[in-house]
Design a protein around this ligand. Structure first.
Ligand SMILES: Cc1cc2nc3c(=O)[nH]c(=O)nc-3n(C[C@H](O)[C@H](O)[C@H](O)COP(=O)(O)OP(=O)(O)OC[C@H]3O[C@@H](n4cnc5c(N)ncnc54)[C@H](O)[C@@H]3O)c2cc1C
Length: 577
């Protein structure tokens, strides 16, 4: 394969909301920026899929709201596992990002008097979600792309269809990356003064997900390999209500969580409104983790609908037909697939990666020269994320990462040629030689995803996790024999083969962290340890020593808010399964 050599001040890997915002900020400070996408620029990534709410405590729809309350809601919802300093920065920073996006051209929904029209979602004390119908994510992405295409942003070079799979290091510092072109036969070797990871989450590590097909945890793995800390790897959020039928829609979420507030009811196959059995007052209006678990249990205990879900009933939602017209992507369009929108089957789907790369308040990882922003990071949402908190978090920390990566960039370190050669041969070795004993990546990819969903998913037990640990060990043993195909379509197969290795190695961290956490908290639920334990107000942190994964725990610093002090704490404490 050919080779292209590039050099820049700031390399941004990933061009969803976090990556684009980071690139804009670095450009603002006159850095020479390279911005990459593993796919088409502006189309790849999960940002485009984000549906409705973007939380910012502007207080337009309810003057009682404030960043302080947004902070409290977020920390309580995180089950006190979030890094409170990061949450403080995020919640106080979110309102500004709404105006930034407006400046970039996002036409937010407003009331007739010109104020932002803000929506509520479960866990929010006041209406907080600014939005653009059910296309908020698409509008955020479009506005950022438009800003990056302005002539004044010529210092941002966009390289799309580039799969970055190895970070380069020199003198203990990240100084660039190696990738290959998904369309042409060529490697890219990029020398960078600073590198920002903004590659999104790892939903594809689970067999049912609403995330995009490229979301394999690439950035988490790259950071881990480079020696950065990963944290909260046991924390993964499932969205409770995704279509389960027809098969072509399996895993696609039914927007939005506002429906649970508006009067949507869930029934098991016996016609029982099972949430009323558990929560007579709240019914379906409970946090995502609790609703997901309850649906999962109904199905597991044999009361599920014909295709393995429960029935969502919208007949009692006032003016649902009007609401439906406002949500063509979710309802009107789905009717073309034969879905009856007054009653359909739903089940949980993997939705958001709560854990990730550990960063400080300046979006720095532990490794010099390496920054991270967006869903690839951990610590901001702890054990559970509020609806509408992800996109603004990308904007706030994207800006911080872009700023600090520019200020701290060191451009004089050339690539280590031995590392470049090793990275190239890693890919070339993957191409199938048709030899006996080779294992096609697809079987391992599928097996790992199934394993994580079944044994390290919504409901875990010590036994299932130990079985998962044994199986992932066996799968790891197969990795040296893993092979892709050849030819142009083989580029995607090569990428999938590398992604397979990523999800296997990250899967092991998920399983081991889940085994370590001998309690239940937020998205992590163990039937053998169903209670939340104050002794576990700790983050599990893991890093690669060069030889092995080393796990440690660090107590959460309850810097601004302690359990019992928050207004909503009593209610949320009552809502455990
Ligand atoms: C269905 C759905 C609905 C959602 N709704 C909401 C909502 O209403 N409100 C809200 O706040 N949040 C919502 N979220 C969450 C939110 O969309 C994401 O958390 C957020 O968009 C993540 O943005 P990001 O920039 O971190 O990553 P992404 O947008 O996922 O971007 C990742 C980028 O990295 C690139 N990349 C990945 N790997 C590589 C590699 N190896 N080399 C080069 N490039 C790479 C990708 O191509 C892409 O450009 C929703 C999520 C889903 C799935």
């Amino acid at each position: 394969m050919d080779e292209v050599r590039l050099k820049c001040d700031v390399l941004v890997i990933g061009s969803g909301a976090a990556g684009c915002r980071a690139a804009i900020e670095a450009s603002e400070h006159s850095a020479d920026v390279i911005l990459t996408a593993k796919g088409v620029f502006g189309k790849s990534g999960t940002t485009n899929l984000a549906c409705v709410v973007y939380d910012a405590a502007l207080g337009h729809s309810d003057p009682n709201d404030s960043p302080q309350i947004h902070f409290e809601d977020s920390v309580v919802y995180s089950r006190f596992l979030a890094n409170q300093e990061l949450v403080r920065i995020f919640t106080w920073g979110a309102p500004k990002t709404v105006y930034d996006l407006e400046r970039y051209g996002l036409p937010w929904y407003k009331t007739e008097d010109g104020r932002f029209y803000q929506l509520n979602s479960p866990g929010l004390r006041y209406n907080r979600g600014v939005h653009y119908n059910e296309s908020t994510g698409k509008k955020v992405q479009t506005a950022l792309v438009r800003e990056l295409r302005r002539p004044s942003r010529r210092n941002v070079r966009i390289v799309e269809d580039l799969f970055i799979y190895r970070l380069l290091m020199r003198d203990g510092r990240v100084n660039g990356a190696v990738g290959f072109d998904l369309q042409q036969d060529r490697f890219f070797v990029i020398q960078a003064g600073s590198t920002i990871l903004a590659t999104g989450g790892m939903g594809m590590a689970y067999s049912v997900t609403d995330m995009e097909a490229g979301a394999c945890g690439d950035g988490l793995y790259l950071a881990y390999e480079a020696g950065a800390d990963l944290m909260d790897m046991e924390m993964h959020q499932f969205f409770p209500t995704a279509f389960v039928y027809p098969e072509s829609l399996r895993g696609v979420i039914v927007t939005s969580s506002q429906l649970w507030k508006m009067g949507m009811k869930l029934y098991n196959d016996r016609g029982e409104r099972f949430m009323a059995r558990h929560f007579p007052d709240e019914c379906e209006d409970v946090p995502r983790d609790i609703l997901s678990r309850r649906i999962f249990m109904e199905v597991a205990e044999g009361r599920g609908s014909p295709h393995g879900g429960v029935w969502a009933d919208t007949t009692d939602i006032p003016a649902f037909d009007d609401f439906k017209k406002d949500r063509p992507r979710t309802y009107v369009w789905k009717e073309k697939f034969g879905v009856k929108t007054d009653r359909f089957e739903v089940a949980p789907t993997y939705h958001y990666t709560l854990g990730g790369i550990r960063i400080d308040a300046g979006a720095r990882t532990k490794v010099p020269g390496l920054f991270a922003a967006g869903e690839v990071t951990g610590g901001i949402h702890g054990a559970n994320r509020l609806a509408g908190n992800a996109l603004p978090e990308c904007m706030v920390f994207g800006e911080i990462a872009g700023n600090n990566a520019t200020a701290e960039c060191r451009t004089e370190l050339p690539p280590d040629e031995q590392q470049v050669a090793m990275a190239k041969s890693k890919v070339l070795e993957l191409v199938s030689g048709g030899e006996a004993g080779e294992i096609p990546y697809a079987s391992i990819f599928k097996r790992t995803r199934r394993l994580l969903y079944d044994k390290a998913g919504i409901i875990r037990t010590g036994e299932s996790l130990k079985e998962a640990a044994r199986e992932i060990e066996e799968i790891k043993g197969l990795l040296p024999r893993l092979r892709s195909g050849a030819g142009l379509s083989g580029k995607f197969a090569m990428a999938r083969a590398l992604e397979t290795e990523m999800i296997v190695r990250l899967g092991e961290l998920v399983i081991n962290s889940s085994l370590m956490r001998t309690e239940s908290r937020g998205a992590h639920f163990r039937t053998d340890f169903p209670e939340t334990s104050p002794a576990w107000l700790k983050n599990i942190v893991v890093h690669w020593t060069g030889e092995e994964a080393r796990y440690t725990t660090t107590p959460v610093e309850l810097k601004y808010l302690k359990p019992g002090e928050a207004l909503r704490d009593v209610k949320s404490a009552n809502l455990s399964v």
